[in-house]
Design a protein around this ligand. Structure first.
Ligand SMILES: NC(=O)c1ccc[n+]([C@@H]2O[C@H](COP(=O)([O-])OP(=O)(O)OC[C@H]3O[C@@H](n4cnc5c(N)ncnc54)[C@H](OP(=O)(O)O)[C@@H]3O)[C@@H](O)[C@H]2O)c1
Length: 443
């Protein structure tokens, strides 16, 4: 893009014409299940408010319980609605993302709209995610990719109902100011040489790179799942008043605000509300939207399938252990789906075992239930631990396992499945859960 074209784009998107789509145009969302990441503040919170006002059943996912509870209370008071629920989600941690997806699967059988809104800009350069990715790329790209992947079965369920599930990926005009080539591979998960490269890019370029990543992931998802009725779109929400610039030094914040007139936060939600709820949105698979609620165009290289394909493969590799993990909502019961590769890897008897447990009472505070579940688990453990995709056990089973004394069941020293490492978390919670049960019994 020439400097002149860039300037024109910048002016058009920073000072767009008055919106032709407004909050009032959001259709009735009764019966729809909506999840908004980063819904505790800024553009995400405004998005939650509007979909709630229009009758959706809404999940607000955020990383701070305190901020989340305050936002939920404020939004319930403001709207007079009741269907708003909090989910814990830290996009810089695979375990947290997995738990969030599990939690939603326990509660819902479908997801109509996923707003991948949460994002951060310019965190301290030394910060990495729990799995060691650059914090900006990890939070803005790897985390949302994994969340979307884990929630795919719920999106499929919504699409099966009305051939219209939506995933809105919030990017930024900043992607166009980013480096070329748009991804500096060695900066994504820094090792020794890569670390220098990442640091030399600086926080702003790392943000722009991540927002290019958001668009390319959306494009790849759109190509893969559009035919199934799962519509993926990316967008720039506008230049909006929010907490996004919180990590910038004061001088940068001041000069930015002198240079650009930031728009009210509620306007920042308009483009994503259009993408996620309007009837037109159904026909915008793979599109990039610009403020306010217009179809735009991202930088040319975002359409380069060689780069986005490489990014897709990289993401698949990075998240393979967690993304192949499947949990099932209780409603899915013992239905055992085939893995994405199309091969059913489960042993014949596991579904039967799962079904048995499904039929047992699960009240952790109830002694006879505990005894029954323990008994079931004692009989099933060997079968399950050697089961090739142990992690695909339904989450309600893993919850039931919380009542089991950990010392009876050590993890085998070597296991055929590398993703079993995630079991360590579950064993830790199992131990805690068991301790809690013991305490309850003592008091
Ligand atoms: N404002 C703009 O002008 C503008 C322009 C272009 C694009 N965007 C994009 O719009 C989206 C919304 O941003 P905003 O302007 O509303 O900014 P914001 O007020 O800073 O909100 C960002 C949200 O993302 C959450 N978040 C950050 N890191 C997270 C993590 N590791 N796990 C889970 N949630 C996390 C924040 O949670 P905490 O409150 O706990 O930090 C907050 O809820 C972002 O993707 C941003 O890049 C904004």
């Amino acid at each position: 893009m020439s400097m002149l074209a860039m300037l024109r784009t910048f002016i058009d998107q920073s000072y767009p014409p008055a919106p032709t789509f407004t909050e009032a145009d959001v259709p009735d969302l009764a019966g729809k299940v909506v999840l908004v990441t980063g819904g505790n503040t800024g553009i995400g919170k405004e998005t939650v408010r509007v979909v709630l006002e229009h009758g959706a059943r809404v999940y607000l996912a955020c990383r701070s319980e305190e901020k989340g509870k305050a936002a939920v209370k404020e939004l319930l008071d403001l709207t007079g609605k009741t269907e708003l629920f909090l989910l814990s989600l830290d996009l810089s941690s695979f375990a947290s993302i997995r738990n969030c997806a599990d939690e939603l699967k326990r509660k819902e059988t479908k997801l109509d709209v996923l707003f991948n809104n949460a994002g951060l800009m310019a965190p301290p350069i030394q910060q990495l995610t729990a799995e060691g990715y650059d914090m900006t790329f990890g939070t803005n790209v790897v985390g949302p990719y994994l969340l979307t992947k884990l929630l795919h079965p719920l999106l499929q369920a919504a699409a099966a109902e009305h051939h219209d599930a939506r995933v809105v990926h919030t990017s930024s005009l900043g992607h166009a100011a980013g480096p070329k080539p748009c991804i500096t591979w060695e900066s994504l998960k820094p090792g020794e040489p890569g670390e220098n490269k990442r640091r030399s890019m600086g926080p702003d370029n790392l943000y722009y790179q991540s927002k290019a990543g958001v668009i390319m992931v959306a494009n790849e998802l759109a190509r893969r799942y559009g035919d199934e009725g799962i519509i993926h779109m990316s967008l720039h929400p506008g230049t909006i008043k929010s907490e996004l610039g919180r990590n910038w030094p004061l001088s940068q914040r001041i000069s930015y605000s002198l240079f650009i007139r930031l728009k009210p936060t509620a306007l920042g939600a308009i483009t994503q509300l259009y993408a996620g709820t309007s009837p037109e949105g159904k026909h915008l698979n793979g599109k990039y939207l610009i403020p306010w609620a217009r179809v735009g165009k991202s930088r040319d290289d975002m359409q380069d399938e060689k780069i986005s394909g490489r990014l897709w493969e990289w993401l698949e590799e990075q998240t393979a252990a967690v993304a192949t993990y499947r949990s099932f909502s209780p409603a899915e019961g013992a239905v055992w789906a085939e893995s994405e590769s199309g091969h059913s890897t489960e042993s014949e008897s596991v579904p039967a075992r799962v079904k048995e447990l499904d039929e047992l009472p699960h009240n952790v505070g109830d002694m006879p239930s505990i005894a029954k579940v323990k008994n079931w688990y004692a009989q099933s453990f060997d079968e399950l631990i050697h089961f090739p995709s142990m992690l695909s056990l339904p989450s309600h089973i893993r919850n039931a396992l919380l009542v089991q004394p950990p010392d009876h069941h050590q993890l085998p020293e070597s296991t055929p499945n590398p993703s079993l490492m995630f079991m360590n978390d579950d064993f830790a919670s199992m131990a805690l859960g068991y301790e809690r049960c013991q305490d309850d019994r003592r008091t």
